[in-house]
Ligand binder design. Structure first.
Ligand code: ZN
Ligand code: ZN
Length: 280
């Protein structure tokens, strides 16, 4: 959206993102005005401040990365890539009978796309493993920026929980010396804490189930992509490393987003009719 050719569209879609940057800044202000200024003697002030600073700065970096990362647009040469990925498949990887669901067709784009890619009407293109279009990051959330999106909500949760706790501590003090900064800090950060807590739990649950916001209703009875929490988690976060907790550079497998292993045992007696190609 930041790279949209229409200047007006760029401005309109940038506005919610600027609001999130402003809220992050205000979170720091609330920490200082609503807590530190009124309780400079707190033994744990330094630790609380370091945690809030670290979580807020890391969250802002994750926000920026989610906003500017290409979320997973289906490349024009998708059909060729799909053929090459199919040839390189190692069906022994999972030690079980392994199938790969591959291609669906988008009527709006009028071309093939990988299974789990969905068309975003705002971006007007198909995004691989699309979760949703998020106005707060001004971008679609797809295969390449889902990791940093989850880190963003996680760090926002950590940061706001400490500010809400610190401001709440002053508010509930027996001497009753509070001011508007303290009260506003508590209300705003508490509201954000509840919201980001729900979002973090929801997205971690989606990752562990190998589902997402768009596919949730399809996966009500069975989910062919579910290989257990650890494998599902690694499809988004890759092998263990610092990139699990930090929004640093990391490259997924080249075939990520293009082909997906599916587990037919997950059908649990349900009958499924594939209208698309399913490859062994
Ligand atoms: Zn499309
Ligand atoms: Zn979009």
């Amino acid at each position: 959206m930041f790279f949209h050719k229409n200047r007006l569209v760029r401005c309109v879609y940038s506005l919610p993102v600027l609001i999130v940057y402003f809220i992050s800044f205000m979170n720091m202000v609330f920490l200082h005005k609503g807590y530190l200024d009124q309780n400079p003697q707190d033994d744990y002030a330094m630790i609380k401040c370091l945690i809030v600073y670290f979580a807020t700065i890391t969250g802002v970096i994750a926000l920026t990365k989610t906003a500017i990362t290409e979320p997973g647009e289906v490349p024009l040469q998708f059909d060729l890539l799909e053929e090459s990925f199919k040839e390189s498949l190692n069906t022994e990887d999972y030690g079980i009978e392994r199938y790969h669901a591959t291609v669906t067709y988008c009527r709006k784009c009028d071309r093939n796309r990988p299974v789990r890619a969905h068309h975003c009407i705002l971006c007007n293109k198909c995004i691989m493993r699309m979760d949703h279009h998020c106005p707060w990051v001004g971008n679609c959330v797809g295969i390449y920026n889902y990791r940093t999106f989850v880190q963003l909500v996680l760090y926002a949760w950590i940061s706001t929980s400490f500010v809400a706790g610190a401001c709440g501590e002053i508010l509930l003090r027996e001497d009753g010396q509070t001011d508007n900064w303290n009260f506003a800090g508590f209300v705003v950060s508490w509201a954000l804490f509840v919201m980001t807590a729900m979002l973090t739990v929801y997205h971690l649950w989606m990752i562990c189930e190998n589902s997402n916001t768009i596919e949730l209703t399809f996966h009500k009875h069975y989910n062919l992509f579910n290989f257990g929490s650890l494998t599902n988690f690694q499809q988004i976060f890759g092998p263990p490393g610092l990139h699990y907790i930090l929004p640093i550079e990391f490259s997924l497998n080249p075939e990520a987003g293009f082909i997906y292993p599916i587990k037919l045992e997950n059908l649990k007696g349900e009958t499924v009719y594939f209208t698309n190609k399913v490859l062994i």
